[in-house]
Ligand binder design. Structure first.
Ligand code: ARG
Ligand code: ZN
Length: 468
């Protein structure tokens, strides 16, 4: 066996053998109905080594990203998702031909690639992220006066690194960012130190050892005060506060500094925290918050009236619901936002700010049946509508209705089992419902059909709160 295996390795060191059917181009997308060009077919990425230089003064980004992948079919060519101009691509050290349109880069190596081959793809690229638009004319790169933020959902990776840009292909990451002396550069995971470059610039090194979806990788470059500490569970905590957060800065700190405490609370609800580090970044450079893995980024707009640990609970809940267990298709976004909103209510209850049942009742009562809010189909929001408020609020009411229907024991058992069995992978709404039915022993199809897939305000009985 060992000798045969060795022989097989010897004949497959370059591009593998293509003995059977003719190699074909890898698909331009993974088949997500909302975004047909997201991700690519024919290979699986295991690691991204992203090495970039960024100049805040000019917005010029120079990148050299090495992708470790494995082919899943015989390939005559394959695609990468990147909007910045390509200088060169090498596949297993051989220079490849490339052509690019609207974020789809087609890479044609000098010889076809066999199935199940290790691929080392080195992409050299350079451009100004603010100047490149996707096929719909959009640009989600956020230039700030002192730097930039690569933070958005569902699309951001293609503005700073080449990837297989879909949550179904997760990988580990090393991110290394060279910036001028005096500028800070943050990303996910653990900090591997800074090194001085020959021209007096500084290289910041970050490492993500847990599987991570492409949209959850982030960059925050600019003037930041960085606070490092250790959580009670021994994990590194790295928080970063923009140096000019304005009037909301202290409230942002007073909220984000409680990250380890909120994480501990959520562990009691969902099971062990799935990642290797913790933290948060506060910035004036965006108008939302995002659950970037291990280190969410928060707009200071969330803190106009003092501390807001609700948004911290929301983004940290996403570390389980969204980051560890990610959507299989963007249509399944309720699995992220419905549960993150509901987690805000669980956290509020733990802080004696009302029970989850009371908060659910408030959200149910606050909008009359005539409100267009109740017409939105949470389980099929449509491309571009993933973050409609109904996905969050009606989505959280759906979670509460499910809890009322099965009782606390089956409810929390379902959440924990979902997390344990789907850790670092992907799930669908249908799979969640099937698990909930298995654990509770109750038919739940009608309940979820009402809350997620039917227009109109569900009845008080559908919510299932006890009469006051
Ligand atoms: N997942 C984020 C949250 O609810 C929302 C992201 C909204 N995206 C955007 N580009 N505004 O925490
Ligand atoms: Zn959210």
């Amino acid at each position: 066996m060992a000798i045969v295996a060795t022989a097989a390795v010897l004949v497959t060191t370059l591009f593998g053998t293509s003995a059977s059917a003719a190699p074909t181009p890898g698909a331009a997308g993974v088949g997500d109905a909302y975004y047909p060009n997201d991700g690519n077919g024919g290979y699986d990425v295991s690691h991204y080594n992203i090495r970039i230089t960024y100049n805040p003064a000019t917005d010029l980004l120079t990148g050299s990203t090495t992708i470790l992948a494995r082919s899943t079919q015989e390939l005559s060519s394959f695609n990468l998702d990147l909007l910045l101009p390509i200088k060169s691509v090498r596949v297993n050290n051989f220079l490849a031909r490339t052509s690019a349109t609207a974020g789809e880069v087609t890479v044609t190596p000098p010889a076809p690639i066999g199935n199940n081959q290790n691929l080392t793809i080195v992409v050299q690229y350079e451009g100004k992220p603010t100047t490149v638009r996707d096929a719909k004319g959009a640009n989600y790169w956020k230039k700030t006066p002192d730097g930039a933020l690569a933070v958005d959902e569902p699309h951001i990776a293609q503005w700073w690194f080449p990837s297989n840009d879909h949550p179904t292909d997760k990988a580990t990451y090393d991110v290394s960012i060279v910036v001028p002396q005096g500028v800070e550069a943050l990303s996910n995971g653990t900090f591997a130190g800074t090194t001085q470059t020959l021209n007096g610039w500084v290289r910041w090194n970050w490492r993500t050892t847990s599987q991570q979806a492409t949209y959850l990788a982030f960059l925050a470059i600019g003037q930041y005060e960085i606070r490092s500490s250790t959580a009670p569970n021994g994990q590194p905590v790295i928080n970063a506060y923009g140096e000019d957060l304005g009037a909301n800065g202290s409230a942002a700190r007073a909220s984000i500094e409680r990250t380890p405490e909120v994480t501990e609370f959520l562990e009691t609800q969902f099971g062990p925290y799935p990642f290797e580090a913790q933290g948060g970044v506060a910035s004036t450079g965006l108008n939302f918050a995002l659950e970037t893995q291990t280190r969410p980024v928060y707009s200071t707009l969330f803190f106009p009236r003092g501390a807001n640990t609700s948004v911290v609970a929301h983004e940290l809940a996403h570390q389980w619901f969204g980051d560890s267990v990610s959507v299989k298709k963007w249509r399944d976004i309720w699995l992220n936002e419905g549960f993150a909103r509901y987690s805000e209510w669980l956290w509020a209850e733990s802080q004696a700010e009302g029970t989850a049942a009371e908060i659910a009742q408030f959200y149910y009562d606050r909008r009359p049946a005539s409100d267009p809010f109740w017409q939105f189909i949470v389980g099929e929001p449509g491309a571009g509508n993933e973050f409609n408020g109904a996905v969050y609020d009606r989505g959280a009411l759906a979670v509460h209705a499910f809890r009322n229907a099965v009782g606390d024991e089956a409810f929390f058992e379902t959440l924990k089992r979902w997390q344990a069995t789907k850790k670092y992978s992907n799930g669908t709404i249908e799979e969640f419902i099937a698990l909930a039915e298995r654990i509770s022993g109750k038919p739940l199809f009608a309940l979820f059909q009402t809350w997620l897939f039917t227009a109109g305000k569900p009845s008080p009985a559908d919510l299932g709160n006890e009469a006051p």
